[in-house]
Design a protein around this ligand. Structure first.
Ligand SMILES: Nc1nc2c(ncn2[C@@H]2O[C@H](COP(=O)(O)OP(=O)(O)OP(=O)(O)O)[C@@H](O)[C@H]2O)c(=O)[nH]1
Ligand SMILES: [Mg+2]
Length: 510
């Protein structure tokens, strides 16, 4: 084949084949050019698809779910998935099995550690004067009724440990290795954050506010995108990793291997786990330490016989209660299936809530239609995992202040979830922790979930109203317990209607 080119065009001259090209060289060159053309066509197609997706997203509703760690953000999104994308939920459900195993095994190992500590304390102290022994046994981490002063402490009887407890400790020892294996398998979200207060004098409650200030400076050449790395460590990736893979020989059954061993060890330990959890002495140890595992994240000890079984399949409720820490930012897409908005896409963003993750929220403020802010109000007497000096509700309030002050969010619809009302009710009923000790300006004679929620709602509204960058806008507040799917479904319907109404309103459609 003879190729002609314009002798005055320098590019054509550069790209022209050599005059002495052999037939083989020509064949190879043409094949190369053909492959390059195909790559170029594919890139064009991808760019087109990306453009179409961006355009589509512009018509969708974008909702950010914000709040401190363990406030219930991921659980709220799981509720949205249950209500509006059940097929996607079903596809993911089996992948939660390893997370549920880890939640369960971690509780067992926690009890075993405490048991070992108490047994060794009791052993070593049984040779000392009685009052010292009792002193160590009244140690409790949170109770405000604790007496830890030598002069005033009340002697406590020793625990009646027997050979059964030693045997339980021995027989359940393999679970330590299983916990490690599961943590490696699951990755970053498997662990809770460490307390940073011993390393840093000050951990910033809202580092995104500083990012916003930097970006807003006219002379600052930095773009918002420089401030975050889009993470690929959210549930989707984690769960995808954990998806049961069929073995080539038996497509119906998952591959044998490490996972198989984990299940076998767990099944073998099932009876002893139950025996440990229901043991009266163990319960007395936990009670004296004021530990309420049944109220902590990822509690599955009451379901051990069902979960530690070979044919265990996670239920909707198990998945909802499973605890997997969010690392980075994760996008979820839902299609509205009912009502006048049928077919509209919703994009929900789940974020990691620990203080060190909050700078990464900022790039998602742009174009956002609504924010669901999660404030867990049962935590009025608790401190942050990542900074034990900070009260959890005070942290929520500081975070809320920063969000209300953000200029980028000044037109965004805010929805407040005063969450974990079920745990608040249980805590107030117990009465071990006095609410006024933590919030002295609470004046109501009556202390119950309603009055406490009303007090916080008033505080959050006041902050929004007084915030400098905020034009007058309503705050829609809900008292929630997002592990209760029934009540949450009703709340989400109302949230959906509010967001849709306000999005249309701000687009001047109504
Ligand atoms: N009892 C009760 N538990 C809740 C409630 N909301 C969340 N939880 C539990 O609290 C734990 C933490 O909830 P998540 O939804 O993972 O919290 P998060 O805000 O996503 O936390 P990060 O990913 O660390 O930022 C989970 O085990 C939930 O099951 C609630 O209203 N009541
Ligand atoms: Mg989360």
């Amino acid at each position: 084949m003879v190729t002609y080119h314009d002798p005055n065009d320098p590019f054509a001259i550069l790209l022209a084949p050599p005059l002495d090209e052999t037939p083989e060289q020509r064949k190879a060159r043409e094949a190369e050019e053909d492959a390059a053309r195909k790559v170029s066509l594919r890139i064009d197609e991808e760019l087109k698809a990306e453009k179409a997706a961006v355009k589509k997203k512009k018509n969708g509703v974008k909702v950010l779910v914000l709040g401190q760690s363990e406030s219930g953000k991921s659980t709220t999104i799981k509720n949205f998935q249950l209500a509006y994308a059940y097929q996607a939920w079903l596809d993911e459900r089996a992948s939660w099995r390893s997370v549920i195993y880890l939640n369960l095994i971690r509780s067992v190992n926690h009890i075993l550690e405490i048991l070992a500590l108490e047994m060794s304390n009791q052993n070593s102290l049984s040779h000392r004067p009685t009052h010292t022994t009792a002193h160590s046994l009244v140690h409790s981490e949170e109770s405000e009724t604790d007496v830890s002063d030598d002069e005033t402490f009340v002697a406590q009887p020793p625990f009646a440990f027997t050979g059964k407890h030693k045997l339980l400790k021995l027989s359940l020892a393999p679970l330590r290795g299983v916990q490690k294996d599961l943590e490696v398998q699951i990755g970053a979200g498997a662990s809770e954050p460490e307390d940073l207060s011993t390393w840093y004098d000050y951990t910033d409650p809202a580092p995104f506010a500083e990012v916003e200030r930097l970006v807003a400076r006219p002379s600052n050449p930095r773009r918002p995108n420089e401030f975050f790395i889009r993470s690929n460590c959210g549930w989707k990736e984690t769960l995808n990793k954990l998806r049961p893979r069929p073995s080539p020989d038996h497509p119906q059954h998952p591959k044998k291997g490490k996972q198989h061993n984990i299940v076998e060890i767990l099944v073998g330990c099932s009876v002893n786990i139950k025996s440990l959890w229901t043991d009266e002495v163990v319960q007395a140890v936990l009670k004296r330490r004021n530990m309420r595992l049944e109220e902590s994240s990822g509690f599955f000890l009451d379901d051990v016989s069902r979960i530690a079984a070979r044919n265990y399949e996670p239920s909707d409720d198990d998945v909802l209660r499973a605890r997997l820490r969010t690392v980075g930012v994760q996008e979820y897409k839902f299609k509205i299936e009912k009502g006048s908005e049928i077919g509209r896409d919703w994009y929900m963003f789940d974020v990691g809530g620990v203080r060190t993750s909050r700078a990464a929220w900022f790039p998602f403020f742009e174009d956002c239609n609504a924010i669901i802010f999660m404030a867990p109000i049962s935590c009025f007497d608790e401190t942050l995992e990542e900074d034990h000096r900070v009260n959890r509700v005070q942290d929520s309030i500081l975070l809320w202040k920063a969000i209300c002050s953000s200029k980028l969010l000044s037109k965004v619809q805010f929805i407040l979830f005063l969450n974990k009302c079920d745990l608040l009710a249980a805590k107030l009923k117990r009465g071990t922790s006095k609410f006024q000790n933590h919030f002295p300006d609470f004046v109501s004679e009556q202390i119950d979930v309603k009055t406490v929620a009303a007090y916080f709602q008033h505080e959050f509204k006041r902050i929004l109203k007084n915030s400098p960058s905020s034009p007058a806008r309503p705050l829609f507040a809900h008292m929630t317990s997002v592990t209760n799917t029934k009540t949450t479904a009703a709340t989400l319907n109302s949230v959906r209607d509010t967001i849709v109404h306000n999005t249309l309103l701000s687009a001047h459609f109504i």
